[in-house]
Design a protein around this ligand. Structure first.
Ligand code: CTP
Ligand code: MG
Length: 219
């Protein structure tokens, strides 16, 4: 089973508020995007394609290993993944789509995703349980309902797909479809069942400065 990893790294990182795009920000002295590429490889992915912001293309190429393919991403994560997917070679059986913003994802998580795909799943996501009480509020911030916690899950990356299934699901999207925050939603919208494996708290996404401080501490 030939596996291609796609790293979505074309975001600007507005909420982190650094001077650089988030994927170039350093953790333990190393850009986040490099951590994400290395963990995909350590987990068993054969080759990697990274989607980067156009203005910083050279800066990304300078820090990434020479055998990583670099493509220019788009205005949304969906557009960036679509660009990288077009560059993924057709010899790939499966594609794992990962966020550069999840630098410390343990290789075990990638292994679980790959094994589920090898076992016949067409789509698989790593998930964690929800530990907080989760409520719904109205526009004024008043609680109007709560969600039953046992069936809720938080979804992480890398998300794994049979390559043809993912390509077909993206081909069904009209224009620059918004509203999709991950790839499993795109595939589910095409009617494909999405399976789950255990995620890992260490695969947490770096969104705000506090998350980066926590990740430094974790190292
Ligand atoms: N991403 C991307 N292309 C975009 C937007 C996001 O490849 N147009 C990537 C980011 O680089 C990141 C991942 O998708 O690795 C998850 O997105 P997020 O955490 O929201 O990162 P940013 O969009 O960069 O951050 P922000 O929303 O705070 O600006
Ligand atoms: Mg974003």
């Amino acid at each position: 089973m030939h596996a291609v990893g796609i790293v979505a790294a074309a975001g600007s990182g507005l909420r982190l508020g650094a001077e650089l795009p988030k994927a170039l920000v350093r953790l333990g002295g190393r850009p986040l995007v490099c951590w994400a590429v290395e963990s995909l490889r350590a987990g068993g992915v054969d080759e990697v394609v990274v989607a980067v912001p156009e203005p910083q293309r050279a800066a990304f190429t300078a820090v990434l290993p020479a055998d990583v393919a670099v493509v220019v991403g788009g205005d949304t994560r969906t557009a960036s993944v679509r660009a990288a997917l077009a560059a993924a070679r057709e010899l790939a059986d499966v594609v794992l789509v990962h966020d550069a913003a999840r630098p410390l994802t343990p290789p075990d998580v990638i292994g679980r995703v790959l094994r589920a795909l090898a076992g016949g799943a067409r789509a698989v996501v790593p998930v964690l349980p929800v530990v907080d009480t989760t409520v719904v509020v109205d526009e004024g911030g008043v609680v109007i309902g709560d969600l039953p916690r046992p069936p809720l899950r938080r979804v992480q990356t890398p998300q794994g797909f049979d390559r043809v299934t993912l390509v077909d699901a993206y081909a069904r999207l009209h224009g620059d479809a918004t509203g999709f925050t991950d790839d499993a939603s795109v595939v589910r919208a095409a009617g494909i069942p999405v399976h789950t494996v255990d995620g890992d708290e260490r695969a947490a996404k770096i969104t705000v400065a506090h998350d980066l401080a926590l990740a430094e501490h974790q190292l």
